[in-house]
Design a protein. Structure first.
Length: 389
């Protein structure tokens, strides 16, 4: 039970399995109870998203700007470039493969199904800001704090971040399995669940191959710049990779990542700077997954995947990822605002994104962590610190 309580992935899998089965047997009156919970929780999630954006992005940007000068800019630029690269590679591969492998899938809009579990009641929870307003406000405040001497304001937003993290850890993530159970219960009731599960299995394989390719590409660049064998560098980082598979958190894996980055010959001062920073701002694996999953859901729901819209989405997603907290599922929580504001994802689509993301969370985190080691090698070389052979 202790293992189950701490393992969000297992909880999500159980929720999907139970929802997919019980939707065929539970009476409608019972199903409507879970639908009511989903209505209330979905309303709370919509209310919380703008606050999550402000609470995570403002201190993240504000704190980054004070730790280093030129080296900070270089590391941040490389991390952002790596994240964008992963996002656009994911877009290209997804658009080249998903229309074919998902050609037989067609998922109607869940909320418009003629046979659906309706809630007993609804509670209106209008958000204090819309998503785009909260994003713009976050960037303004974060950049202002990073460039000025606003100790009090910085402290306020650091405390607000603690509150938001507590809300995520205690009021959102623990209830996600129940929320996803309700979604799959409803999809089973209206006959759409097998389409969704089949879609899951088809895209997971593509995403796994993509994340291996991105890692090899990162280490080929790092190995070329440092004149070392990229596969040897990757081998040295494998303990960090497998640690991340277990923790599902880049932040929790920092000690192991740092230790094995040093084994790749990176100067301790550079490693001590780059690894913790990249654990916060470099989420190439997470971005890769979110882009691929969003495209898959749009295709099976018959939505048009517009290139210019996706370009803006990927650029904004790379920025929003700065706000991803170091907890399992943190990246998808930080990206909900961008999914809503740019791609127009509603609560049901967001819940499917959460389920898809959590199902592959370990691999995305491992990709992020391995990539951090490659960036540290590149920054080490740029800073003219010799890399040991």
């Amino acid at each position: 039970m202790k293992f189950l309580k701490k393992n969000l992935l297992v909880q999500i899998i159980i929720a999907i399995a139970l929802g997919s089965v019980l939707g065929n047997y539970l009476p409608e009156s019972i199903g409507r109870i879970f639908s009511t919970f989903n209505s209330v929780f979905g309303g709370f999630l919509g209310f919380a998203i703008p606050l999550i954006i402000i609470g995570l992005i403002v201190p993240a940007i504000g704190n980054i700007g004070k730790n280093a000068g030129k080296l900070l800019l270089i590391t941040t630029a490389i991390a952002y470039g790596s994240t964008l690269f992963a996002g656009f590679i994911s877009y290209g591969v997804s658009m080249a493969t998903f229309p074919n492998i998902l050609a037989t899938e067609q998922l109607g809009n869940i909320t418009e199904s003629t046979k659906s579990l309706t809630p007993y009641f609804n509670i209106e929870m209008p958000p204090m800001f819309d998503v785009m307003s909260s994003l713009i406000l976050s960037f303004m405040l974060g950049i202002g704090i990073s460039k000025g001497d606003f100790k009090y304001l910085e402290g306020v937003f650091n405390n607000f971040q603690d509150i938001i993290m507590s809300v995520i850890n205690k009021a959102i993530i623990p209830f996600l399995p129940l929320f996803i159970f309700g979604i799959f219960l409803n999809m089973t009731y209206n006959g759409q669940v097998f389409i969704v599960l089949d879609t899951f299995l088809k895209i997971i394989g593509v995403i796994f191959i993509l994340h291996i390719f991105v890692l090899i590409f990162q280490y080929v660049i790092a190995g070329t710049m440092s004149k070392q064998n990229p596969f040897k560098l990757m081998k040295n980082m494998l303990p960090a990779y497998f640690t991340a598979l277990g923790t599902q958190s880049s932040a929790a894996t920092i000690p192991v990542t740092l230790e094995h980055t040093l084994k790749n010959g990176v100067d301790p001062k550079i490693a001590g700077f780059a690894i913790p920073l990249c654990a916060t701002i470099h989420l190439a694996g997470s971005t890769l997954k979110i882009v691929a999953c969003s495209i898959a859901l749009m295709l099976v729901q018959g939505q048009n995947v517009d290139f210019t819209l996706m370009v803006g989405f990927i650029f904004m997603l790379g920025i929003a990822m700065v706000a991803a907290p170091g907890v399992p599922g943190g990246a998808i929580m930080a990206s909900l605002g961008v999914l809503s504001s740019i791609l127009g994802f509603d609560t049901e689509q967001q819940s499917l994104m959460i389920a898809l993301y959590i199902a592959m969370d370990s691999f995305g985190t491992a990709c992020n962590v391995m990539g951090d080691g490659a960036i540290a090698i590149i920054v080490n070389k740029i800073s003219n610190k010799p890399v040991a052979a």
